[in-house]
Ligand binder design. Structure first.
Ligand code: NDP
Length: 286
């Protein structure tokens, strides 16, 4: 059997970003994205810097608010309220994780659902679950766009999503259901996980456990989307990134597979910009 075709998330993301930039250039106003970063988490600092860079690169306005780790909940809520009221801001993203003294759910729910470009607000989660239009979380949307680019119509396919978090697993499952897949959600209590995975025409791994999904868990010809980002020790004392899927083993069995890095990761930021553009265009209608 031939090897899996690689789904090049970097290339798809670049194409989406190019389309967004062209559309922004034709608008009569400039969409604005505000990113709120609390504390000094090094990974969050890198994400926020990248997001700001790409936002500016597509011609949007990027506004960054950096707050100290000791910020009070009321101060953060006041900032969110000010951004909600700012007509020049169309998307608001509060970078997670937030420090322990902050109730993250309360902060996310304070964001105007129309500006909730992360798609984490309960109103947007509810709209997705109810099959209504709304802002969809970026990483799950990225997974869906990659699957549609590779497979086309997903209708009737067996999909297994491993992981049920609110930010990845659950919305991925909702999106696949919307595409008429037959969806199974697996998690840490699932019995016979390898057997469940072997049923999948589409296997999405969003667990956070390095190379947990082995080649012999995969149905020959399946499309495998690896959301996991895990840092593991490499030779010469350094570290490297791997996904939740044992890539080399899986590649020998699957029909399609996303690499880590260079698969789902780049799609997340492209979908954030897509959501910001969508929110901005909708705001311009009112
Ligand atoms: P969470 O830790 O919130 O959720 C992990 C899920 O995996 C849970 O539902 C958990 O089950 C399940 N799980 C844990 N262990 C097992 C197991 N042994 N067998 C089956 N299921 C298991 O993680 P996230 O959803 O936030 O992220 C998942 C991965 O995706 C991480 O590696 C993260 O870094 C990555 N990620 C990548 C992004 C990107 O841009 N590419 C964006 C966001 C995340 P239970 O609910 O029962 O505990």
């Amino acid at each position: 059997m031939s090897e899996a075709r690689i789904i090049d998330g970097k290339a798809y993301a670049a194409a989406i970003i190019g389309e967004i930039a062209a559309e922004v250039a034709g608008l009569k106003f400039q969409p604005g994205l505000a990113v709120v970063l609390v504390g000094h988490d090094p990974a969050s600092q890198v994400y926020v810097r990248n997001k700001a860079k790409q936002t500016v690169a597509v011609g949007m306005k990027s506004v960054e608010h950096r707050l100290g780790a000791e910020v009070l909940q009321d101060e953060l809520l006041a900032l969110v309220a000010a951004l909600n009221a700012d007509a020049g801001i169309h998307g608001i993203l509060v970078q997670l994780p937030l420090p322990a003294q902050i109730d993250s759910a309360a902060v996310l729910d304070a964001i105007d659902p129309a500006k909730d470009v992360d798609g984490f607000h309960v109103v947007n989660a509810g709209r997705l679950a109810a099959g209504l239009p709304g802002l969809v979380p970026c990483t799950p949307l990225g997974c869906l766009l990659l699957l549609k680019a590779a497979l086309g119509d997903l209708s009737g396919l067996e999909a297994v999503v491993v992981g049920r978090s609110n930010i990845v697993g659950k919305p991925v499952a909702q999106l696949l259901l919307r595409e008429n897949c037959t969806v199974t959600m697996a998690h840490s209590r699932t019995r016979n996980l390898p057997e469940v995975c072997r049923r999948a025409d589409i296997l999405v791994a969003a667990v956070g456990k390095a190379e947990m999904i082995r080649g012999n868990w995969i149905k020959p010809g399946a499309a495998v989307i690896d959301v996991g980002i895990n840092r593991v020790p490499a030779e010469n004392g350094k570290t490297r990134l791997v996904g939740d899927v044992a890539f080399e083993e899986a590649k020998a069995v699957a029909g399609w597979i996303t690499p880590v890095p260079g698969g789902v990761g780049p799609m997340t930021i492209a979908c954030l910009l897509r959501n910001t553009l969508e929110a901005a265009k909708k705001a311009a209608l009112f």
